[in-house]
Write a protein that binds this ligand. Sequence first.
Ligand code: 5AD
Ligand code: SF4
Length: 362
Amino acid sequence: MNAASVIKKMQSGLTPEIPELVYLLDLPEGDELKQLYSAAYQTKLKYVGNKIHLRGIIEFSNICTKNCYYCGIRRGNHNVTRYQIPEEDILSQALEADQLGLGSVVLQSGERSDEEFVSLIERLVRKIKEKSGGRLGITLSTGEQSRETYLRWFKAGAHRFLLRIEASDPELYAKIHPADHSWEKRKNCLTLLSDIGYQTGTGVMLGLPFQTTEHIAKDILFYQDMNMDMIGMGPYIVHEDTPLAKEMPDFDPQRQLLMGLKAIAVTRLLLKDVNIASTTALQALHPDGRKMGLLAGANVIMPNITESRRRAGYLLYKGKPGVNDDSLSGLELLKQEAESAGEEILWNDWGDSPHYFARSKQ
Ligand code: 5AD
Ligand code: SF4
């Protein structure tokens, strides 16, 4: 087996065998890896172009009813000061994103499903739409909910939803979550979201304890099977105050970064016309991580536009970048990064996933 033959197979639209995907994902630094990145970049240019889509992310609350073993804001971490940004402030941050030309926002928070939370989001979505004259695109990243809740938010005007499956293998999922967190429920939520009409995104963490390369290969095939429109994957980064930290005493940032980039490249080659995020976790591992993600095939960047004073409260993992940046200087940096990678930023646009429109026509 060699990289060129597997890449060619994928370029011609065939689905590779699992060992072929594993071969690509296990490539060490060297010529074959360069071939992988360059082929993925060509696929990106062909299907989604060199325009970077922006979404301003507002982490509006770190209150979470869940207890995922890897996450710094899990319910059981009592070292975290919990916050919820007041409704009016969330609204003005979203409108600021509009002024900055970001085109769309992501409202992200810990998971809650009480009526107060559900109606807060419903109101916010309505108001953001209204006050931006319908201009701002709205993505939600607010966890597992009932069909009714998803529908309410959709009707209010949200049109994209991010819900990572975290691990597409139920056994691996069970090792990184408490027993009352259900893989089946999560998977079913993805189906509900797509059926309602959301552009739906999922993803996993890469380099998790207990995760093999075969798991990652199957994660990528899972995205394809589920007909996902958007993919957000990032390397797993240890957070000391979580139960999973003890499973990875020898955390190796370089290895995590490399797996993050390879997974993006292989996903681009296989899925072609989807939106793929170059995630903050890549940047946490390397100052140029986000740019490396773009060159490996990603086309979406999610600048953090949460009020600076809240950011330290949303540490999902150690060393999360941008805790001290304000949105404007963050954006300036981003522009420089994009230009140095030969990419352009698409301002004032929702930056929808072409895959969504292709599958809607089917
Ligand atoms: N390292 C990397 N990503 C993490 N997330 C949560 N904890 C970590 C961590 N320790 C990711 C999860 C979640 C997203 C919001 O953040 O994949 O879906
Ligand atoms: Fe809550 Fe999400 Fe963290 Fe899990 S990953 S504990 S659901 S914020």
